[in-house]
Design a protein around this ligand. Structure first.
Ligand code: NAD
Length: 297
């Protein structure tokens, strides 16, 4: 048996095409484009790549992209002042502050200064509360992308035994909430969980978000399970360079799982597509029109 490969790149490409068409409709009917502001503080090389890719993807979808690149020495007050201006700017529907922030800035303070309706990362405490109480809000992009792939592959998730490995605020916890909302039976496992392998082996849906390269071997996977590998880990490659791997030992897991996402080409592309989806959703809501079907939960 060999697992079906859930092609995140292809699913994300389809989603981006759909979003571009819906953005075009929005621009035509409202006379404005959805606007996304991306704020980068400092020169972290990985963050620079992420911000550039987000900007490119926005423009390709017809979304206006506004990049704010601030010096690494920017004070918290200066950043909060910028957030205040973006909150008040009607041409901006989504605000994303690229993390991590330099040590002089409290990321929590900054995130909570963003207007929750413009918080396209879904990290604001109001959006966490909305997600947990089943109200419409902004859903974090990575777990939203995972949910879309699961729905795409499995259809109805009702009653499925799901295990989420990882309990971070940006992936594990919102992922568990989304699965719960889709009526799965959800276990959250983490670094203090006992009998981790046994728990993972129970899962019909296994979402791995621990950030530990290859920690999930074939013997942790229930035969036929759907495995979503969120992990992105850089490891040394035979060539002497480095390569990206997930949390799952992919080559061994394909022999056991029913379906699996590759790394790269699985969750990553869906995350960016979901940022575009969230920006369009925010723009629609700001203009009092319902968000297009299928872009949010
Ligand atoms: P994090 O470090 O904040 O959280 C990791 C979680 O895994 C923690 O809750 C911890 O309890 C758990 N964990 C760590 N080691 C463990 C172990 N040995 N056994 C059991 N549980 C363990 O990380 P995060 O921000 O949630 O990200 C997780 C992974 O997902 C990282 O590899 C990150 O790069 C990746 N990620 C990918 C995307 C994407 O778009 N594909 C987006 C965000 C994060």
């Amino acid at each position: 048996m060999s697992a079906a490969i859930i092609d995140g790149k292809a699913i994300a490409a389809q989603l981006r095409t759909r979003i571009a068409a819906q953005v075009a409709r929005f621009r035509q009917s409202k006379g404005v484009a959805p606007g996304l502001a991306v704020v980068l503080v400092g020169e972290d090389p990985a963050s620079q790549v992420y911000v550039r890719n987000k900007g490119k993807a926005s423009v390709a979808a017809g979304i206006d992209s506004f990049e704010h690149r601030l010096d690494a020495a920017t004070s918290q007050d200066e950043l909060l002042a910028l957030i205040g201006r973006l909150n008040a700017d009607p041409s901006i529907h989504g605000i994303l502050v690229q993390l991590p922030l330099p040590p002089q800035i409290d990321a929590g303070r900054v995130i909570d200064a963003i207007d929750p309706d413009k918080d396209v990362d879904g990290f604001h405490i109001s959006n966490v509360g909305r997600l947990n109480t089943g109200q419409p809000g902004m859903v974090p992009c990575t777990p939203l992308g995972c949910l879309m792939m699961l729905r795409d592959h499995l259809g109805d998730l009702s009653g499925a035994e799901a295990v989420v490995l990882g309990r971070s605020n940006i992936v594990g916890k919102p992922m568990a909430q989304l699965l719960l909302r889709d009526n799965a039976t959800v276990t959250i496992a983490h670094s203090r969980t006992r009998d981790l392998a046994d728990i993972c082996r129970r899962a019909e849906i296994l979402v791995a978000a621990a950030g530990r390269p290859g920690m999930i071997g074939a013997d942790w996977i229930r035969p036929g399970a759907t495995v979503i590998d969120v992990g992105i880990n850089r490891v040394p490659a035979a060539s002497g360079k480095t390569r990206l791997v997930g949390d799952v030992e992919f080559d061994a897991a394909v022999a056991v799982a029913g379906a699996i996402t590759p790394v790269p080409g699985g969750v990553g592309p869906m995350t960016i597509a979901c940022l575009l989806a969230n920006t369009l959703t925010a723009a629609c809501r700001a203009h009092g029109v319902p968000a297009p079907e299928g872009l949010t939960t």
